[in-house]
Design a protein around this ligand. Structure first.
Ligand SMILES: [Zn+2]
Ligand SMILES: [Zn+2]
Ligand SMILES: [Zn+2]
Ligand SMILES: [Zn+2]
Length: 668
């Protein structure tokens, strides 16, 4: 949904950018013509000046005909009386000039000698391109200076509004929105920058983490960070922040807290892509590992991870793996993290700490050689740093043994049971540290696993189930798609097909098709083709919404009486005492509002007029285009609403309509 909205936004911005470009080019072409005129003017004027016949100080403005032509008629002197050169710059220079190009430029003030000797032209002609010349941008402009005075290449940062559509996450429906942002005028006109909200640089309700991922936003562990101001995809710190030496490194990590109270740091992107609490996450531990660790906990004292797991019932040991932090002086440079994971830690007689690594088939996926080297290194470092006395690697199947004194490899057969594995591991530890596992003899005599009930309880508490559910065998029978017949929408449908018909994946017998609705709803609308063809489905739902709104087309008894009186005065037949025709009521309402222009010679609304309006506005019409009651009244309401808006209350106009107009242009 978010993806779809983003691509819709991108599409709109692309279309707008293209329009801006076209408009800028057109404006530049106009500017070029104007520039050519003034270049030519300068040449001519300089020539006329050079060929003057009057003596020193005797040349008048009138002697330079091309300048004199621009003499402003209301100047309180005539060009024949004003010297072409005898002004000083510090003097008041009261003479105005008129731009000859008919571009509506105001007369401007200039010294005759600047005009005559330097050939200076109309200053407004030099800064011809204004925002008003780029209607697409002018439309979005909300700056303080009027757009007719704003140069299109101005460096000023001003406010803009982008009218577009956004999806409501909960319902998947689209609604019109306004994006507000600031940008320099030239960035938008010359660099073609689109909406900064659409682009994700500015965050508002339409694109924030809070809106799109409320559960993730809830997990933010910093009351000072407002998730409605956060994007949905940040990963790296912006270059600006790095340049400003803001703390935090390359990754834009934020603090999070899971519902079990664990705290960790991760980027938004990481979270949105599914990264979860590392303490709660089961990545890296397997059920086999839990079963072996449980068995071993019956033989040696289990050292539990520092952070408790609140999912576990009271008294159940935590069989999860440990994150052991390696002191910086021991951390090899090529290690990315200072914490290493050890599957389990046990303590035996004499305070000896033994780590156990379960190198199950899980590790086969990782590159064998790198893994081998990493495991060797890890054993060495943990022992050298004094964090463990020994690291035991339980290796299933054909994984090669490690050859370091700090590590001990215990090979176990691929299909061995937790009991068999525990026996092998305990025996190997007993071998290295004699008499360190006194319970082993008894365990061996019993011959069966002892702690699997706890393993089961742990697995249920963390995985939620003992075994993954069986996958349903996939259907083998593949139906061959057959080309489906296309049928056109009903005559009065607002829908236009945008796909070929296809079968409803959830209901095989139903043939559906994607449509676009004329109302401006950007979301393709999927409907049963037969229903669209028969006219039972005519719109994306917008017509239904309109009908709901139409409850207000109720005619009161008092109004009915007024309509009858009005009709009688005009000789309009109202027929009996039954229900009044909606046409007459609608005509009455318009007439009362002074909208006689909307009425025909007979004092009534014209059929064709309303029919046409109804078709344009997605109003329901009866058989053969007959105008139904609702349409008459809706038309009158619409006319009167239009008047209200024209009365200067334009702000009250719902943005919806304007946005639709916008979109229509773009879609075309
Ligand atoms: Zn001009
Ligand atoms: Zn936008
Ligand atoms: Zn957690
Ligand atoms: Zn619609």
């Amino acid at each position: 949904m978010l993806q779809h909205m983003r691509s819709t936004w991108n599409g709109l911005n692309r279309a707008r950018r293209e329009r801006v470009q076209t408009e800028v080019e057109a404006a530049k072409a106009r500017q070029a013509e104007v520039k050519a005129f003034w270049d030519q003017h300068k040449i001519i004027v300089k020539e006329q000046w050079a060929n003057r016949t009057g003596g020193r100080g005797k040349t008048m403005v009138a002697d330079i005909p091309d300048v004199a032509k621009q003499w402003y008629p209301n100047n309180n002197a005539r060009p024949e009386e004003v010297s072409a050169t005898a002004q000083r710059h510090d003097e008041a220079h009261p003479y105005l000039w008129q731009c000859p190009l008919g571009l509506g430029h105001k007369p401007w003030v200039a010294l005759p000698k600047d005009r005559v000797q330097a050939g200076a032209g109309c200053p407004a002609c030099r800064q011809l391109i204004r925002l008003t010349d780029i209607p697409t941008l002018a439309d979005q402009y909300r700056g303080p200076v009027p757009k007719s005075q704003m140069n299109y290449a101005a460096h000023e940062r001003v406010s803009w509004v982008c009218r577009t559509w956004a999806v409501t996450r909960e319902t998947g429906t689209w609604h019109p929105v306004e994006h507000r942002f600031e940008a320099a005028v030239k960035e938008r006109a010359l660099q073609g920058d689109g909406c900064r909200v659409c682009a994700g640089y500015v965050i508002d309700d339409t694109n924030s983490l809070h809106t799109w991922f409320p559960e993730i936003a809830d997990g933010l562990d910093d009351p000072d960070i407002d998730p409605s101001q956060l994007p949905t995809s940040q990963h790296n710190v912006s270059r600006k922040q790095i340049a400003g030496n803001e703390p935090g490194g390359v990754y834009a990590t934020l603090p999070w807290r899971c519902r079990h109270g664990h705290r960790w740091k991760a980027t938004i992107l990481n979270r949105v892509q599914g990264g979860d609490c590392p303490q709660c996450s089961r990545a890296g531990i397997s059920k086999e590992q839990v079963r072996l660790v449980a068995e071993l906990s019956g033989l040696m004292k289990l050292v539990q991870p520092e952070l408790p797991d609140s999912r576990l019932p009271d008294g159940l040991p935590n069989f999860a793996s440990h994150q052991i932090t390696v002191p910086p002086q021991y951390k090899p440079k090529h290690w990315r993290y200072k914490a290493v994971e050890v599957d389990a830690v046990f303590q035996i007689e004499g305070g000896i700490r033994i780590g156990v690594e379960y190198d199950g088939s899980y590790h086969h996926s990782i590159k064998r050689r790198d893994r081998q080297q990493y495991e060797t290194e890890k054993s060495k470092i943990l022992v050298t740093a004094g964090l463990l006395n020994l690291l035991v690697h339980v290796r299933r199947g054909d994984l090669p043994a490690l050859k370091v004194p700090e590590g001990l490899t215990v090979p176990v057969p691929e299909r061995s049971t937790p009991y068999q594995q525990a026996c092998a591991v305990a025996a190997a530890i007993q071998d290295r540290f004699p008499d360190s596992v006194p319970a082993l003899d008894d365990y061996l005599t019993r011959g069966v696993a002892q702690v699997q009930d706890q393993a089961d309880a742990y697995i249920i508490a963390t995985w939620g189930e003992l075994r993954p559910p069986r996958r349903k065998p996939e259907r083998t029978k593949v139906r061959r798609p057959r080309k489906l017949k296309e049928t056109p929408p009903h005559q009065y449908s607002l829908l236009t097909p945008i796909s070929t018909p296809y079968r409803n994946p959830n209901r095989y017998t139903e043939i559906v098709r994607d449509y676009r609705c004329v109302c401006g709803n950007l979301h393709p609308f999927t409907a049963v083709q037969a229903q669209v063809t028969s006219g039972n489905t005519r719109s994306c739902g917008c017509l239904r919404d309109q009908t709901k709104q139409r409850q207000r087309f109720v005619v009161s008894r008092a109004e009915t009486q007024a309509v009858r009186d009005w009709a009688r005065l005009r000789g309009i037949e109202t027929g009996g005492n039954g229900r009044l025709s909606a046409r007459i009521t609608a005509s009455y309402r318009l007439s009362e509002a002074g909208r006689l222009d909307a009425l025909g010679a007979d004092g009534l609304l014209e059929d064709l007029r309303v029919q046409h309006w109804a078709q344009l506005n997605g109003q329901k019409l009866g058989a053969r285009g007959r105008v139904v009651s609702e349409a008459w009244l809706a038309y009158a309401t619409d006319c009167l609403a239009q008047d209200e808006m024209d009365d200067g209350s334009a702000e009250q106009q719902p943005p919806h309509k304007m946005v639709q107009g916008d979109l229509f242009e773009l879609i075309e």
